[in-house]
Design a protein around this ligand. Structure first.
Ligand SMILES: Cc1cc2nc3c(=O)[nH]c(=O)nc-3n(C[C@H](O)[C@H](O)[C@H](O)COP(=O)(O)O)c2cc1C
Length: 340
């Protein structure tokens, strides 16, 4: 979960509990990745864990996008202006849109610290990057939101497919955000992919308890991936405001929007999602454009303008330690399996 939730403490706690902790490095520079991985390695050492004992480095893959025309940027700035005003951000700040760090540099920085799994979201990386990871001895996962994407992931040489259903929180892994979205929910997607592909499938989207895990496994998943369930655990880097919304505003539904980043992503409905007009720059330009506003909203505790990424079942998130959550999930899964 890029953008703050995945702290070294969270990844270490998940790994220590026997699951596979993941770092979302999509927005991190090589230097930031080195620093976070170094912190993680030290944390693992103090807990008697090897930092190569099983952790995942995750990255975004997206096509290079030329800088949008100045007039398009102007329109997108105007689109944002009323909301930016609410948190006292001016147009000058809004125009500093930038690209994200180069994927090869990001991956190289993480590989120094020996992740056991490197995963890619939003698309298939270049063959040279797949080779880089393979030569470093790590396994490779790529996410897919349709059968066609899953077949492409398998053909690209991945070891695992992350089947990301429509309920999933955060960025939707669809390769081409302009293409028709099949909107398959997790169980249907897992079934379709496991029937068509030979490599293992990891189910993601709306999985919040042991019964959800059992259902995913019953429908052909080999493993599961949980995001939103970890947003309220003690070690997560989510802000107090974000947690408070998750815990107290359960009547709010989630929605997919491209308004925050330029790519479709699921978050809790708020004023921003309801108000943003169609003048949206492509990813990552829009992400950068809205960054200052989101940061200001975050520091003011104004959740109406924050990107509150969450899956459709976010209301079921628990407040406890990561180890306690994993223990409970395992107990619930065992109970479900005994019923069969
Ligand atoms: C806050 C948040 C951030 C996320 N960031 C990433 C990311 O950086 N990379 C990625 O592959 N998936 C990301 N996801 C999606 C998750 O990998 C996963 O597909 C999703 O959380 C599963 O649905 P759930 O949230 O209902 O458990 C994110 C999800 C959330 C909730």
């Amino acid at each position: 979960m890029a953008g703050g939730p995945t702290t070294p403490e969270l990844v270490a706690a998940v790994t220590a509990a026997g699951a596979l902790g993941s770092f979302g490095f999509a927005y991190s520079s090589a230097a930031q990745i080195s620093s976070v991985c170094g912190e993680f390695r030290d944390l693992c050492a103090t807990r008697g864990l090897q930092s190569d004992c099983g952790w995942n480095a995750n990255f975004f893959v997206f096509p290079d996008v030329a800088e949008p025309e100045a007039s398009f940027i102007d329109d997108a700035v105007k689109n944002l202006q009323p909301m930016a005003k609410r948190v006292e951000i001016d147009a000058e700040v809004l125009t500093h849109a930038t690209q994200l760090p180069a994927l090869t540099d990001q991956v190289n920085a993480a590989l120094v610290y020996q992740p056991s799994l490197v995963s890619f979201h939003l698309g298939i990386p270049a063959e040279s990057i797949v080779d880089l990871v393979r030569n470093a001895g790590a396994c490779i996962a790529m996410s897919a939101t349709s059968r066609a994407e899953a077949l492409a992931v398998q053909a690209a040489g991945a070891d695992f497919i992350v089947a990301q259903g429509y309920e999933a929180g955060g960025h939707r892994g669809i390769f081409d955000p302009m293409a028709d979205d099949e909107m398959l929910v997790t169980l249907d997607l897992v079934k379709a992919i496991s029937e068509s592909c030979t490599i293992p499938v990891i189910a993601a989207g709306g999985i919040m308890n042991g019964s959800d895990i059992a259902m995913a496994l019953d429908n052909g998943a080999d493993a599961v991936q949980l995001g939103s369930a970890f947003l309220t655990v003690d070690e997560c880097g989510s802000s107090a405001t974000y947690r408070a919304v998750i815990k107290s505003m359960g009547e709010r539904k989630t929605q997919i929007t491209s308004g925050f980043s330029g790519r479709p992503a699921r978050g809790i409905r708020n004023l921003f999602i309801e108000s943003i007009g169609p003048e949206i720059l492509p990813f990552p330009w829009q992400n950068s454009l809205t960054g200052a506003m989101r940061k200001a909203a975050g520091s003011k505790g104004d959740f109406e303008l924050m990107s509150l990424w969450a899956g459709a079942e976010y209301q079921k998130a628990r407040s406890c330690t990561a180890a306690q959550l994993l223990k409970e999930l395992l107990e619930e899964l065992r109970e479900e399996m005994e019923k069969h």
